[in-house]
Design a protein around this ligand. Sequence first.
Ligand SMILES: CC(C)(COP(=O)(O)OP(=O)(O)OC[C@H]1O[C@@H](n2cnc3c(N)ncnc32)[C@H](O)[C@@H]1OP(=O)(O)O)[C@@H](O)C(=O)NCCC(=O)NCCS
Length: 148
Amino acid sequence: MNNINIIPTTEEHLDAIAEIEAMCFSTPWSRNSFADSMSNKQVISFFTATLNNEIVGYICLFHLFEEGELLNIAVKPNFRNCGIAQKMINKMFELFKQKEVTRITLELRESNINAKSLYLKNGFEPIGIRKNYYTSPLENGIVMQKNI
Ligand SMILES: CC(C)(COP(=O)(O)OP(=O)(O)OC[C@H]1O[C@@H](n2cnc3c(N)ncnc32)[C@H](O)[C@@H]1OP(=O)(O)O)[C@@H](O)C(=O)NCCC(=O)NCCS
């Protein structure tokens, strides 16, 4: 799809982002936690995916010196499997290269095969397990990493 745009997140996007977050996660970030992370621009970058001006996804990234972390990524359920997450991941690589990040870390639920497949496809490798890290339901976290 050519009409997907990845743009810097603004305050006006946050209601739609919090709605998508609530559709995607059992322990969602609140609108306030998104607003808080946005205010920390030195170390947090936040992008919104739009399709024909509708907000359909978002990605939230942490960066400090050479360390990068993918904090959150989600796509609205009825817009999945059309390359929106991949476009946001491409934006992440572009940003982290500009910021001279050399190592990216992320973490996901063991059962999240769609996300795991996205990360493996992008060169991330599992480096550890965080036992019972997630709640609702209780589940192990997988830590993945990629050097860039
Ligand atoms: C994971 C998620 C972000 C993927 O978004 P998406 O826009 O559907 O992904 P894309 O269409 O860009 O797909 C890119 C790659 O991801 C993987 N993938 C995405 N959906 C998949 C599925 N249903 N089955 C298997 N692999 C899948 C594939 O590797 C795919 O590449 P391919 O199309 O060449 O096979 C989306 O499913 C989502 O929002 N899930 C809920 C929130 C979440 O789990 N976030 C991650 C937390 S760690």
